[in-house]
Design a protein around this ligand. Structure first.
Ligand code: MN
Length: 500
């Protein structure tokens, strides 16, 4: 999907320099746009747009970008000085995310040949500051990336923002299907859905399980049998579920549920969904493998009615498209608190996406759920692959949404877990489990979150900035004393900022 998106490369200048200089500005801008477009890290098409020299042209471009369905944002660059009053109307009108690329065409000063013509042409160093000033004065949210395009850090930082902007673009007008309701008495999975639509762009649609059951009942038996064959080709199917096995019918039922859910979600053009084990009447099993495979197809998911996490997991799916590491719904389940070796076991009752799996072994198994009182659900069981990852959640604090993000290192389990019937991940959070858990809890972070090895804290920070929501990052630098002060300051800031 990212390949259908575009970012517009927008260059500012002014009429004072004459046509020859402006032609050069245009040529250089085309080259930078092409360089970014060709960079393998850049996930969307970079489209050059004609150099802007008047307030009218800037406003017209902003209006065009707002209305363009494939345009996920603007990368702006001031090759020369571009007096920033020209930008006020356009920036006020612009509703797409914007990145200010503070760079210049040449990498080095041409010591022997530099003259006043060169100086006039290459004024980004102060032109970018004039532009940045008006953005600050307008309180215009943007990402600033400073540096030369040939510095890999620069392209990486732009690519990160583009992925966040793509996740944001996808969320605008997105539909989340909520099968059943919230798990009774649970606080954090709820929130203000109308405010979420205003702030985050997606809309939550509630359905009774009966609506879903109609789709499951309509599944063709041959199609279900074909899907079971696919399971057998892709995974290591446990003996009781194989042909002739005593639990074979559970596997067919699981396949019917997957096909029914998929047809429901496709028919309604949903991008994410939630289930709840307390509201399942009419469905034979809590959807396990169905949810896991739908997530692998790109759907966001939240259990127990958690629509905020479902939408966030969807955004993380879009943001991580094409990058190894996957993205999944996840929950802190239980701890290993050995002296000097503190580890989190992350899992859920069933629903962890196979995109995060160590693919050396993915088993299909059926076991009792232990709670909920339904027949045993079929699920994929695996270990998550190791490497650096990020956990991110969004909570509703009543007067605002807050994202909490924690950098973690996913590790291999220390031993086999022959009796654990769920997919799981093991990680060591930064800066350490004790500080991370303290910081997450003080921030009001949920027990549900999106988990991804394809993304980092900067992706989530860029996303939160675009969304205009609070962002708490827990990383190597986190100190509890400073975090407490930040949370107190944010309480004031987010109260007052509504008036700014
Ligand atoms: Mn849960």
């Amino acid at each position: 999907m990212l390949s259908t998106y575009e970012v517009w490369f927008v260059t500012g200048s002014q009429g004072l320099y004459g046509e020859e200089t402006l032609r050069q500005v245009s040529d250089d801008a085309k080259k930078i746009a092409a360089y970014l477009n060709d960079a393998p890290e850049i996930p969307v098409r970079v489209v050059f747009t004609p150099v802007l020299t008047t307030p009218e042209a800037i406003l017209a471009l902003a209006d065009k970008a707002n209305a363009h369905s494939a345009c996920i944002g603007l990368i702006t660059w001031m090759h020369t000085f571009s007096p920033a009053k020209m930008w006020i109307a356009g920036l006020k009108a612009l509703r797409k995310p914007v990145l200010h690329f503070h760079t210049q065409f040449n990498r080095e000063i041409p010591w022997n040949t530099i003259d006043m013509d060169f100086m006039n042409l290459n004024q980004s160093a102060h032109g970018g500051r004039e532009f940045g000033h008006i953005m600050s004065k307008l309180r215009k949210q943007r990402k600033v990336v400073a540096g030369h395009r040939r510095d890999p850090k620069t392209v990486r930082s732009i690519a990160t923002w583009l992925r966040a902007a793509a996740g944001w673009h996808d969320a605008q007008g997105a539909k989340v299907a909520r099968f059943g309701d919230n798990m009774r008495e649970v606080a954090v999975t709820e929130g203000d859905k109308v405010q979420a639509q205003i702030q985050l762009g997606y809309s939550v649609y509630g359905y009774g399980i009966g609506d879903l059951v109609e789709h499951v009942d309509a599944v063709d038996e041959k199609e279900a049998a074909r899907l079971v064959e696919e399971y057998e080709e892709m995974y290591d199917v446990d003996a009781p579920l194989r042909a002739g096995g005593e639990k074979r019918s559970s596997l067919l039922e699981a396949a019917r549920i997957e096909l029914g859910m998929r047809s429901f979600l496709e028919e309604g053009s949903f991008k994410a969904f939630t289930t709840c084990f307390e509201t399942l009447a009419g469905l034979a099993q809590l959807p396990g493998i169905a949810v896991q495979r739908l997530m692998a197809s790109g759907y966001g998911f939240g259990a127990e009615g958690d629509w905020k996490t479902a939408a966030l997991v969807r955004a993380m799916k879009v943001m991580s498209e094409g990058v190894d590491g996957g993205a999944s719904f996840m929950e802190d389940y239980t701890y290993h608190l050995a002296e000097g070796r503190n580890i989190v076991l992350g899992a859920h009752m069933l629903e962890v996406c196979e995109s995060v799996a160590d693919r050396s072994r993915i088993a299909v198994e059926v076991h009792p759920l232990s709670i909920g009182g339904k027949p045993d659900p079929v699920r994929l069981v695996f270990n998550a692959a190791s490497g650096p990852a990020v956990n991110a959640t969004i909570v509703d604090l009543g007067n605002r949404f807050r994202m909490i993000t924690n950098e973690v290192d996913v590790i291999e389990p220390e031993a086999d877990l022959p009796k654990l019937p769920v997919a799981r991940a093991f990680w060591v959070p930064k800066p350490d489990l004790v500080t991370s858990a303290t910081a997450w809890i003080l921030s009001g972070g949920a027990h549900h979150f999106g988990f991804s090895r394809a993304l980092g804290a900067e992706h989530m920070e860029d996303f939160a900035d675009i969304a205009g929501i609070e962002c708490v990052i827990i990383d190597e630098e986190t100190s509890i004393r400073k975090l407490k002060q930040d949370l107190r300051s944010n309480e004031v800031y987010y109260h007052l900022s509504k008036a700014l």
